[in-house]
Design a protein around this ligand. Sequence first.
Ligand code: ADP
Ligand code: MG
Length: 705
Amino acid sequence: MKIKYKDILYQDIAYVKGIGPEKAKILNEELQIFTIFDLLNYFPFRYEDRSIIHSIESINYTIEYAQVKGIITNIQTDTFGNKEVLIAQLKDATGKIDLVFFNGIKWLLKYLKIGKSYIAYGKVNQFRDTYNIQHPEIDEATEEILQFKTGLCAVYNTTERLKKSKWKIDSETIRKWIYNIYQTYPQLQIPENLSTEIIEKNKLISRQDAYKFIHLPENKDQILKAQQRLKFEELFFAQLDIARQHKKMKLSKGYVFESVGELFNEFYHKYLPFELTNAQKRVIREIRNDTKTGRQMNRLLQGDVGSGKTIVALFSALFAIDNGYQVAMMAPTEILAQQHFQTISKFLQPLPINVKLLTGSTSQKDRKIIHEQLISGELHFLIGTHALIEDTVQFKKLGLVIIDEQHRFGVAQRAKIQLKGDVPPHVLVMTATPIPRTLAMTIYGDLDVSILDELPPNRKPVITAHRYYSKRLDVLRFVKEQVDTGRQAYFVFPLIQESEKMDLEDLERGYEDLKKFFPSPQYKLVKVHGKMSNEEKDAAMQAFYSGKAQIMVATTVIEVGVDVPNASIMVIENANRFGLSQLHQLRGRVGRGSEKSYCILLTNNLSEEAKVRIDTLVRTSNGFEISEVDLKLRGPGELAGTRQSGMLKFKIADLTTDYPILKAAREAAIELLEKDEKLEHPEHWPIREYILQNEKEKPLWIKIA
Ligand code: ADP
Ligand code: MG
């Protein structure tokens, strides 16, 4: 009977040579591996080069791991302290070496036979002027073992439970099973899931070869090609999902903002206190064009700190309000929501626009008024935290949602907005920190993108310097000089949740210390941190905004949004404890006015990684560049926050390094959808079949559209 490839791939792993029902059970439980194909989809994370068999004579301190082959000439056991050891002497044509074992001695005494040939691999250890190998992997040097053991060997992750089980399932065990699969089923076939055109255009190898090479490569070239192919495939299907989502979003019906109305014109001509940058004008035009088409806008506005995103948001809001729609604006924190509220109500003050703030600390009474005015349509513009869309808030005619987001608002949350009402509101997402290209294509791949790539004029770059604590007094004197010329200064202290109490104590101590250096009544200091009541925070912020206080001592609560142009110095305490993007955000709080601005990073001795962060910040103020370095340091999951991490979990692709592959995969996905959206052409059937097979567990945001 001829076995079909499908039957083999989906066979229970219990039937694989060397596994059996008991081991199958713990593989199910530990690694969710049930079938042969599951096991083949368990990719190695690195390779060991075992192609060399060292001659014993050649072993010296330069060789870290050695592989030797020879005949065992002597076996003896000994005790070191109370530990038993077994020493087997292995001899090849060039010399002799001791293999030293501390574990499994009973088994080894049975397995090892004097006069037989063995192959051993392990760490070289120097003992006086001789060398030995400590607890090496050892196998009888049969033809089959030699074939399996030498060459490039894949290394797999395992779990504690697997390793501690009575079978001691380690990387080698897994490799052996996979080897056995390919030995038992030489006719094994992995169905292709890309079209010939895509394969050829991107110079990929077949899926069939890729699976073989990733596990059992004959040379390094095969590893590279296999990785490339499998990464491409993984990214391609992710991008295909995202591109489809994008396409569907672009087709959703949207409100038509017919005209540029009176409020817009009045504000633009009479009250706008500065000239817009060309980038701002361009983006406002992009938004205008989106909102008049009858299709829903889903736009991402990327712009570095200080590039002037708020005013763009405000003009977009005016489009909506002018056309009789309401606007909701959401910020990631309460402080930022308050800040937006203050900025925006100040700008709009001369206009007949009703703007209100709704946050966790809004009183029941005010909340009630807000709810009523939203339903009646009296309230035009509601600003709040992200809780706004979760809330039971009902609008009369919500036309635009603005999300100021700081990486905390993912596709899933946007999908929720999509569900509000028959016609969804337009959506403008603003990101406070630029996002590395790979992340943008993944997390925001479903959005159209606008970029503010120009800072308002007269901005002088912030002068950034790193100083050790030994120079703290000089730094303080410098700050004093600046403050004495009328400037204001921030002192920022780290606050990490895990060590919150100690951090707050640090801040309090720092605050008291600074008060001595900047004595009252000549100087006024305020402090702001998350543990203060809203009234206290407000009062402190207000004192600083108004210029009554010259110095603000704060935690990262001021990271986003806070906008005091006269504040031109920032001292960041223990700067090594902040993340890179966070430092960049913080620094964005200064350099907002026309004065020369300074950011001073204070630290003690730096670790290698902290040094990269600090050096990067000193070297550049380009947010995109900084975000790329940050991605390399921290990895995509951390960078994007846990909410989106599901989308960033790839089996083999790595967003920190695979930008070129991602780009190619994205282009292929978009091109495919343009040519044959429904994947009807026979050439595209393999792609369609693969998608249908993988439909099962799709996240919410894909199912929605
Ligand atoms: P961000 O993009 O970081 O949110 P903001 O919107 O807070 O930046 O703008 C930073 C500062 O620059 C604000 O004080 C804002 O009023 C000011 N600003 C924005 N656009 C311009 C412009 N075209 N010319 C001068 N100042 C501007
Ligand atoms: Mg902002």
